[in-house]
Design a protein around this ligand. Structure first.
Ligand code: AMP
Ligand code: MG
Length: 480
């Protein structure tokens, strides 16, 4: 049986210096861990065929299906502010692209598929932990309505990957609208390859921003997309953890789930990543880091913006300076419904900020406090409920000026404040069990995460609970 995937590859048409063509490296004994039926269906792929032995061979990188044009993409990037001129897909291979029924183009990429010319010191492999983590968190993000890369499948390789200890290997099939990053532009800008920059810009405009006519207009669209994305992260307490420019997606999707985490107790300075010593990528710093990353994109695009570089700098700077306004607007659009507000008043930002500052002072659980606003249980989330009462009086006064009736306001809150997020201790629990060969906890967690707005019943209720003191996960690690 051969697996039929209707590939339509556009990145492979770009000049050779954009990538390295090579096949994935086969693995010893592929076994399917998970296949995302709903996503397969949306992509117009045959889920049952992908689950068959031949399908699993494809998802493991052991068999290259007809029409695929496997390649590893070149890119550069700033990592924690330091410049790396040559990164690229060191452990990922793009099989090709497919166009779904709605006309959208999607990359099908294998992550953990063996060494490439961009692997540097790495082995090109992934271990099961980061594969399970990315599968869980990216699909949870999608269910929450936040732009993200997706997980089509996870397979075990039957091979051991050496990290600090020997660990089971795995391959993730990642789906994205593209894998083009700010760092892809930086790669060519650093080489002063203006022709490549132009081709990449044309490709991105055609693919992601068809209404943009120029590099400057594309930059403006990317800035707006990133402002919306980061505001959405803030609304669910998500901390990306490695907002490097090579992890900044050009179409504003969340990409590269390494040491990412959803906060339990709210504090703006929260950091989970073990390597983020100075809190560069702390929760509350995400908007300013996004600006920093977008300024790098703007710099890379200068040669295309205007022949006169002073003029180009002026225009690019102006575009980047629009981020704070766009972000504030997006942030209000995210947080107003979290408070059940369907109209806008000038004092709303202050009302939201006051709640957040009380939450941080009193260590309230981010997710459950907001969720509790709809059912009246928020007060009980505070160690000191009096602190909540003072705020709630203002909130009720503001609600009194709402035009929507109470049922609408409650439904608004229930659709803006998830009951279920991938809490760290549950993600870790799913990973530990998977490493021991039990995928039950992973499946149970996924079952709850795909319906984040519903209150789970029975056993599922545990996924809504913050960690007990002994369960708390304070540190997360890079996905290598
Ligand atoms: P990340 O931290 O996942 O954004 O990765 C940063 C860079 O390191 C990218 O160029 C990756 O392809 C590369 N990389 C990460 N892990 C590995 C690995 N195990 N083998 C080869 N390259 C890797
Ligand atoms: Mg990356």
């Amino acid at each position: 049986m051969t697996i039929q995937i209707p590939f339509d590859n556009s990145y492979a048409e770009l000049p050779e210096r954009f990538y390295a063509r090579l096949d994935p490296t086969p693995v010893a004994e592929p076994a399917l861990i998970a296949l995302n039926d709903a996503l397969a269906r949306d992509l117009g792929l045959d889920a049952d065929a992908l689950k068959s032995p031949a399908g699993v061979q494809v998802l493991a990188g052991n068999m290259v299906p007809p029409g695929a044009d496997p390649l590893a993409q070149a890119y550069a990037g700033h990592q924690f502010g330091g410049w790396s001129p040559q990164l690229g897909d060191g452990r990922a291979i793009l099989l090709g692209e497919v166009i779904s029924a709605n006309g959208l183009r999607h990359d099908i990429q294998l992550k953990g598929s063996g060494r490439t010319p961009f692997s540097r010191m790495g082995d090109g492999r992934a271990w099961l932990g980061p594969v399970i983590r990315e599968y869980i968190v990216s699909e949870a993000m999608h269910a929450l309505g936040i732009p993200t890369t997706r997980a089509l499948a996870a397979v075990a390789t039957g091979e051991t990957v050496l990290r600090e200890t020997p660990l089971p290997g795995a391959v993730l099939t990642r789906v994205a609208s593209s894998h083009i990053r700010v760092g892809t532009f930086q790669y060519f800008a650093a080489r002063q390859d203006k022709d490549a920059l132009k081709e990449l810009t044309d490709h991105v405009i055609a693919r992601h921003y068809p209404d943009a006519g120029t590099a400057l207009e594309m930059l403006e669209r990317v800035i707006a997309a990133q402002a919306r994305l980061v505001a959405q992260w803030m609304g669910v307490g998500f901390i990306h953890g490695v907002m490097n420019t090579d992890n900044t997606h050009i179409a504003g999707e969340t990409i590269d789930y390494g040491p990412c985490a959803f906060m339990d107790r709210y504090h703006p300075e929260t950091v989970y990543s073990s390597i983020d010593q100075f809190g560069r990528y702390a929760y509350a710093r995400q908007p300013e880091i996004a600006v920093w990353n977008l300024a790098q994109l703007a710099t890379a695009l200068l040669p295309l913006i205007d022949e006169d570089q002073d003029r180009a700098i002026e225009m690019a700077t102006e575009a980047v300076h629009r981020f704070p306004g766009l972000y504030s607007e997006a942030w209000l659009a995210v947080f107003r419904p979290k408070l059940g507000l369907t109209t806008a008043e000038p004092g709303d930002a202050q009302l939201i900020e006051t709640l957040l500052s009380r939450m941080s002072a009193l260590g309230a659980d981010f997710t459950n406090t907001f969720r509790g606003l709809a059912d009246g249980s928020a007060r009980g989330r505070f160690a000191d409920p009096d602190g909540f009462d003072a705020w709630a009086a203002d909130w009720r006064a503001r609600m009194g000026r709402e035009t929507a009736d109470e049922a609408v306001r409650i439904e608004t809150m229930r659709r803006a404040n998830p009951a279920v997020i991938p809490r760290n201790h549950r993600v870790e629990e799913a990973i530990s069990a998977a490493v021991a060969g039990d995928f039950g906890p992973f499946r149970a967690l996924m079952g709850a995460l795909v319906r984040p707005w519903d209150d789970p019943s029975g056993e599922g209720v545990r996924f809504t609970r913050p960690p007990e003191p002994g369960q708390e996960v304070r540190q997360t690690f890079c996905g290598t």
